[in-house]
Design a protein. Structure first.
Length: 242
């Protein structure tokens, strides 16, 4: 099975198994989400389901509008039932690296507003631990004036950050929020929860592409045509709430 077919298979199953009547849905960003919106459009038009969609990026907004789906935002729909989004890498604990498309801030805000987060990806994104498949580092969104001091601080954390440069414009990538992106490479596994806390406490850092303890379920389209479903292992906090 091709990579694109694997993305399509994962997206189709995730939409079919998770989107219900009246769903308030966060729509993620990236290439796999394109397939999710395609299957969501089919589901809504064939069944008449009422689904309200909140985008995580300019790309996601356009996908929703082009599909004729109901568009909302967090000011009108501040609590979501579900978000379906992709990932650049997903480890065995469903810790994610996201932000290859520079949408990490809005993706995390929308995910935090959702009761559940479902990840859709192809087999290349599935890892036992972060860094096995994705070698471009952790995307970190920063205020433009602070990118040099933040680079210096990230080096103290044992990271190797570089400013992401644009491919079809002169200068750096600028996010939907007007910020820069640092790609912070790492050579060994970290305590991701602790690293996320340290990064977010660094002045000038707006948000990171580390998603720790946020994803509940991941759908991976596999090379053999199957879809593998993985659930996040329960944490101490989960057990204390049960």
């Amino acid at each position: 099975m091709s990579v694109e077919s694997a993305k399509d298979a994962a997206a189709k199953r995730a939409v079919q198994e998770n989107v219900k009547e009246g769903c308030r849905l966060g729509v993620g960003s990236g290439s796999t989400v394109v397939y999710a919106v395609k299957h969501l459009e089919t589901l809504v038009k064939t069944t008449g389901l009422r689904v309200t969609c909140v985008p995580t990026s300019f790309q996601a907004r356009n996908l929703i509008v082009d599909a004729g789906l109901e568009l909302s935002d967090l000011s009108r729909t501040p609590v979501l039932d579900l978000v379906i989004d992709g990932a650049d890498e997903c480890d065995a604990n469903l810790t994610l690296i996201k932000g290859g498309g520079a949408c990490q801030l809005q993706e995390k805000v929308v995910a935090a507003a959702a009761r559940r987060m479902v990840v859709i990806a192809d087999y290349r994104k599935k890892s036992a631990q972060l860094g096995q498949q994705w070698d471009k580092g952790i995307p970190i969104e920063v205020v433009p004036m602070a990118f040099v001091p933040v680079i210096n601080k990230l080096r103290e954390f044992g990271l190797d950050p570089v400013l992401r440069m644009a491919a079809k414009k002169a200068g750096p990538v600028v996010t939907d929020n007007g910020n820069f992106v640092l790609d912070a490479k790492f050579s060994a596994p970290h305590n991701w929860d602790l690293l996320e806390t340290k990064l977010c406490r660094t002045p000038g850092v707006v948000e990171t592409g580390l998603f720790v303890g946020m994803a509940d379920t991941a759908y991976f389209g596999m090379e053999d045509g199957s879809v593998e479903v993985t659930h996040r292992p329960p944490t101490v906090q989960d057990l204390s709430r049960s």
